[in-house]
Design a protein around this ligand. Structure first.
Ligand code: PA5
Length: 531
């Protein structure tokens, strides 16, 4: 299609919502002229399903749960007045708490102010706050935020040593886990508690929990008299929890405008409820995802925001989309193996990395470009001919890459937002949450459960049990033995490989009481418990 025809297609299909500061251009997706008409019936079903979900239907049948993240920004939509009150009350408590922390009314025992936040959580309990920090964080924020989102001792040590003894005495620790039983988060919390003990600091007066009522984490927080607890409700999923306390508390503590953030999400919800598919940007996104696989081959989604502040958006979307849509069965139990692979970082940086393959290599993707109109530069700095800025180059690179890809038959969409601020972040999050919901109905899956994640957790627990069994047996035998002999001695010859990995890890680390006697091959090495 030549440039003039593309311009006409742009004008025909542009989804433009100035009230949201949002435009979605799908002209470079090559769907046919009757695509929207052909999709009319499934689209109607998706609108109906979404309306039911918002009214409080059990939209996550496996877990028998309602799905209520939309109520978080419009509490009046909640199915009961009690839920609406809980939502409003929690937002008010968050604001009051943040003000008290900022004013020093709530302060750590050994300092006059909390200056830092240490957010301990993983997956949906971390990615939203990490995205918000990247998108909105400034050097002048009310508090600095740090994250522990893994059970990697080196990563934990790196964050704790950045804070140092002085910093930790002024740090408010947020432990965030809906289930309250996630091991990575529990381990992060225990590591921080150990660091506090070493420094003679009391943990409770510096700790806050965000978790479900009655969870293991909630019980610990109550027993240890933590500063505060904020709720995670059963009807909010982790990956759609950024407009709950999970996202709002750290944001309010950092000094971000949470009212504007919620308003952005609420206004986007309103527009993405429109039962006019062509004007509804979330439905258009979902339909483009569907179109991208209509040739029978699933395509990857490359997310390319031309904005440093949105570098983490692809990671955020990776979880939201892949955990929600990566499912083996549809709602009737048929095997369908659905999913959209999502990756990307930011432009133009990625142009010097994988864009080469996008243009010339395997043709298995479509790109979602994200363009932010305002450069957020107080006054221009000219880098060329006294009239060209770095921001002009950023736009030039985006348009150039888009064109180079299109010229080689690679499809893309472009999402344009006016500027990056709390409201826009609310809009973006709400837009993709609803697109995921619509797409799930279009392909007939449950977007709100994650059975695959559970399988990995169960298997990990089995590894830890096996490790305990191996250590106990080796401590009582006190003899050096090969992995195979140890596996046989505990009646687990089928687990030799796992035991090999466990012993390799234990013997490589100090203080674990396992010594390795190397041999000519790794498999003949003998391991021994030592004091
Ligand atoms: O989206 C999800 O449900 C997951 O990514 C969870 O957020 C993640 O597993 C962490 O769970 P929890 O908040 O229970 O610790």
């Amino acid at each position: 299609m030549d440039a003039c025809a593309l311009w006409e297609r742009y004008k025909t299909y542009l989804v433009d919502h100035p009230s949201l500061g949002l435009r979605l251009d799908i002209s470079r997706m090559k769907f046919g002229p009757h695509f929207f008409e052909e999709m009319a019936a499934p689209v109607e079903r998706a609108f109906d399903a979404m309306a039911q979900l918002e009214k409080g239907a059990v939209a996550n049948p496996d877990e028998d749960r309602q799905v209520g993240h939309y109520w978080l920004r419009t509490p009046s939509l909640a199915p009961t007045p009690e839920i609406a009150t809980q939502i409003e009350h929690t937002v008010a408590r968050i604001e009051t708490f943040a003000q008290a922390v900022h004013s020093g009314k709530i302060r750590p025992p050994g300092a006059d102010r909390f200056t830092d936040i240490l957010h301990v959580g993983i997956g949906g309990s971390a990615l939203g706050p990490q995205l918000a920090q990247g998108a909105l964080g400034k050097s002048t924020d009310a508090m600095r935020i740090h994250f522990l989102d893994n059970t990697d001792p080196d990563g934990i040590e790196r964050v704790l040593s950045t804070l140092g003894a002085e910093g930790l005495s002024r740090t408010l620790v947020l432990v965030v886990s809906k289930s309250g039983g996630t091991k990575e988060t529990r381990n992060g919390m225990l590591e921080v508690q150990a660091a506090f003990r070493k420094l003679g600091l009391a943990f409770g007066p510096q700790a806050v929990a965000i978790t479900a009522e009655g969870s293991a984490l909630s019980k610990v927080a109550t027993q240890e008299n933590w500063l505060e607890q904020f709720p995670m409700w059963s009807w909010v999923g982790g990956r759609t929890s950024q407009t709950s306390a999970v996202g709002l508390l750290p944001a309010a503590l950092q000094g971000f405008d949470i009212k504007a953030f919620l308003a952005g999400a609420r206004d986007c919800d309103e527009i993405t409820r429109l039962r006019d598919a062509r004007r509804n940007p979330a439905m258009v996104l979902a339909l483009m995802w569907l179109y991208s696989r209509s040739a029978g081959v699933a395509k990857d989604m490359v997310v390319l925001p031309y904005k440093d502040r949105l570098e983490l958006f692809s990671r955020y979307l990776q979880q939201l989309i892949m955990e929600s849509l990566g499912k083996s069965r549809d709602l009737s139990g048929n095997v369908i193996q659905q999913g959209i692979s999502v990756y990307g970082n930011k432009g133009s940086t990625d142009q010097h990395a994988y864009v080469q393959q996008l243009r010339e290599g395997i043709h298995n993707f479509f790109v979602t470009f994200i363009d932010v109109v305002h450069d957020a530069q107080a006054a221009p700095t000219f880098v060329e001919d006294g009239q060209i800025t770095s921001g002009d180059y950023l736009l030039g690179f985006m348009l150039g890459t888009r064109r180079a890809l299109y010229d080689n038959d690679r499809e893309s969409m472009t999402l344009t937002i006016d500027r990056m601020n709390p409201r826009a972040l609310g809009v973006l999050i709400a837009l993709f949450e609803r697109a995921v919901g619509y797409y799930a109905t279009l392909v007939g899956i449950n977007a709100y459960h994650q059975p695959g994640v559970e399988a990995g957790k169960v298997a990990a627990n089995e590894v830890i049990s096996l490790q305990k069994q191996v250590m106990q047996s080796m401590r009582s035998s006190k003899q050096a033995a090969t992995v195979e002999a140890i596996a046989t001695s505990i009646g687990r010859p089928d687990q030799a490989e796992t035991i090999f990995k466990i012993l390799e890890h234990l013997s490589a680390n100090p203080g674990r009481g396992i010594k390795k006697h190397p041999a000519e091959t790794p498999f003949n090495a003998r391991f021994e418990a030592v004091d």
